[in-house]
Design a protein around this ligand. Structure first.
Ligand code: B4P
Length: 185
């Protein structure tokens, strides 16, 4: 299966990605995680990533797409994968579609996790990751509304979008996800 998870910061994409990828035996690829690791590489790209993350901003499409294309060529991605937090821009979604088309494949589903802002803020405050300061969170939520939300419309227009209510305990959200994807227990 080839799946993409999208949703605002703190919606629980990473939390659910870990569970679903284990359940399906597919590779989970978090662009956020890859970028957090790459920021310490000391290369010009690493410095660009570090500056973007510190400002709570999205990393450039070019850089993210290069990371994804390289990763997709690896052996563990040949039998399915789950993108956690990618695509985050319509340009990324379009490029991904082209990349997959060249391989004769396409995504099976894009999953949108939705939760009220109070829920997101509460979760991010208790997580307290390096990029979870009030300023960075505000920037990330604004970018989500303006830049990433249209990605959901992109997939809805193509009949590929599954919307999941991300409020509630992780087990409850996971159950909704399994049911939404019509998977057996
Ligand atoms: P990500 O790493 O994707 O981080 P996120 O959106 O903040 O978190 P997520 O939704 O995965 O929440 P989580 O499960 O951890 O991105 C980080 C940054 O990288 C971005 O801001 C951007 O700058 C950059 N980036 C990443 N991808 C990019 C791309 N494609 N293009 C450009 N830039 C990109 O959950 C959050 C917290 O809530 C955790 O503490 C968790 O334990 C808790 N939680 C989860 N589910 C819960 C539940 N159901 N109930 C209670 N708590 C829950």
């Amino acid at each position: 299966m080839r799946i993409a998870f999208i949703g605002p910061p703190g919606a629980g994409k990473g939390t659910q990605a870990e569970r679903l990828s284990d359940r399906l035996g597919i590779t989970s690829l978090s662009t956020g995680e890859v970028l957090r690791e790459a920021q310490h590489s000391g290369t010009p790209a690493g410095r660009e990533i570090a500056a973007r993350l510190a400002a709570g901003q999205l990393v450039s499409d070019d850089l993210v797409l290069r990371i994804v294309a390289d990763r997709l060529a690896e052996a563990d991605c040949q039998h399915g994968y789950l993108f956690d937090g990618f695509p985050r821009t319509v340009a990324q979604a379009e490029e991904l579609a082209g990349l997959l088309e060249d391989q004769g494949s396409s995504l099976d589903a894009a999953v949108l996790f939705e939760a009220a802002e109070e829920v997101l803020l509460e979760r991010l405050a208790s997580r307290g990751r390096e990029d979870d300061t009030v300023e960075q969170i505000r920037q990330r939520l604004a970018d989500y509304a303006q830049i990433t939300r249209p990605v959901a419309a992109y997939y809805a227009d193509r009949g590929m979008l599954l919307r999941i209510d991300a409020a509630g305990e992780p087990d409850v959200v996971y159950r909704r996800l399994i049911e939404g994807l019509k998977l057996e227990d």
